[in-house]
Design a protein around this ligand. Structure first.
Ligand SMILES: *Cc1c(COP(=O)(O)O)cnc(C)c1O
Length: 441
């Protein structure tokens, strides 16, 4: 979060005051720092320097074209979960042959399109999917590169909704059935096994689950070789967690690396330590792949929102803001924590514990509960760590237009997606002309 800092009591994104962005573009607004995104991607690249490795940015974390274009310029690969994401990657200038396609429910038309553009690999999650890919590849007279997504039965110790590598989860092929799946792939004419992969979950905050999953993957890869099925690449998936508690560091004006980290921050492994685990364990004959999403964009973005009303009841102080669960769903969906900090510091005022809530008609519509803040109506707040699974999970619930997205590059701010209009909200909807004319009831 070094890209976000206070200067004379005002919160900046790089060289741009957030209050200027709010005045110019309105709120709620998602703001991203180009420098932060690029630094996060480069941290991965540097950690794997000298090693044959491909970083495939997980598009679903933030799929704005401008963000994908930043990745494409850096030479990134991409991990996609739908043909919509594939079209975005291609539009943004990404290379098709650096795309891996994950997901349990790939539709036939999605597989066809991915084969037509020549993606790097299908991460296959079931035997029926393998058969479908083979059939479509045969129709197109091509060979489909495939990898089996192994469900390693590893508990990533994250929220159950974003845990994906336990045996009861819907993802991947269970450990005991992997060999049979590769044998099937070998027998099929139009698929060729090129790798092995897994993805154990998201917001993983320790390295042990990765070590556990990796050992299982490598043992399987050796088994496969013994059975005459050599594997070219090992893809460990994404999921490295981020520090959702960096508000104090920004308020203290300390660079992240030097600030004393609290209990929560201490448990988030850095990219270098993560890379070391992979470099130490995966033999050099394997091409290494990984699919980070959140750890590249999460802390590079904030959600900028304005206080509409302050309301005090018998038991609570509410700060009713103009952003809500339709903009940032994570607090409502996962009880996720996002630090919320003032855009203009009010040093001399008394803080009170506020529930920061949105206008949506749901009690579950909150951005943060019991947050010590000194507030007045019209104040601006920054909801931190909103760059990943923020805008891309947003909806039009309550017919609220989705927020504007801004990309800050040093002293410039670019609109990378306009705020939706009421007209756009209703586009594509029709009122049928019924035979029983109105008024004839
Ligand atoms: C979501 C996802 C990722 C990215 O996870 P992050 O937690 O954002 O790093 C990577 N691979 C697959 C298959 C995914 O579904």
């Amino acid at each position: 979060m070094e890209s976000y800092s206070y200067k004379n009591g005002a919160l900046y994104a790089e060289q741009v005051p957030l209050s200027t962005l709010a005045a110019r573009h309105g709120t709620p607004a998602f703001v991203y720092s180009r420098a932060a995104i690029e630094a996060n991607w480069r941290a991965y690249a540097q950690a794997f320097a000298g090693r044959d490795a491909l970083i495939c940015y997980a598009v679903k974390a933030n799929s704005n074209l401008a963000i994908l274009n930043l990745m494409a310029r850096l030479g990134s690969g991409f991990d996609i979960v739908s043909v919509g994401e594939l079209e975005r990657v291609l539009r943004a200038g990404g290379a098709a042959d650096k795309v891996v396609f994950s997901g349990v429910g790939k539709h036939a038309h999605e597989i066809r399109r991915a084969l037509e553009v020549g993606i790097k690999c299908f991460n296959v999650e079931s035997e029926p999917e393998l058969l479908r890919i083979n059939e479509i590849a045969a129709q197109l007279s091509v060979t489909a590169p495939v990898s089996i997504r192994v469900n390693p039965d590893t508990d990533a110790h994250t929220h159950p909704f974003i845990s994906t590598g336990r045996k009861e989860d819907k993802f991947g092929i269970s450990h005991g059935q992997v060999l049979a799946a590769y044998r099937l792939a070998e027998r099929l004419e139009c698929v060729v096994p090129v790798g092995i992969d897994c993805h154990i979950g998201s917001q993983v905050t320790s390295l042990e689950p990765y070590i556990d999953a990796l050992e299982k993957l490598l043992t399987l890869a050796e088994d496969l070789e013994r059975h005459g099925i050599p594997i070219g690449h090992v893809d460990i998936g994404g999921g490295l967690g981020i520090d959702y508690h960096c508000g104090n560091l920004i308020r203290a004006g300390a660079p992240r690396s030097q600030a004393g980290s609290g209990d929560d921050t201490a448990t988030v492994p850095d990219v270098t330590a993560f890379a070391e685990v992979l470099r130490d364990r995966v033999p050099a004959r394997y091409h290494l792949m990984l699919e980070p999403g959140r750890s590249i964009v999460g802390n590079a973005g904030v959600l900028l929102t304005r206080v509409e009303y302050l309301k005090t009841t018998h038991t609570r102080h509410f700060a009713i803001v103009d952003a809500s669960m339709n903009d940032l769903l994570r607090p409502s969906l996962y009880q996720a924590w996002h630090d919320i900090i003032p855009v203009t510091a009010r040093a001399d005022e008394r803080e009170m514990d506020y529930d920061v809530v949105g206008p949506v008609c749901e009690t579950g519509d909150f951005l943060g509960l019991q947050r010590p803040l000194a507030l007045r109506p019209d104040d601006l707040l920054a909801v931190l760590s909103a760059g990943a699974y923020g805008f891309c999970m947003s909806s039009n619930y309550n017919s609220r237009p989705r927020a504007v997205e801004l990309l800050v590059d040093d002293a410039c701010a670019h609109v990378i997606r306009e705020r939706e209009t009421p007209e756009q909200l209703m586009a594509g909807e029709y009122m049928p002309e019924f035979a029983d004319a109105m008024g004839n009831l």
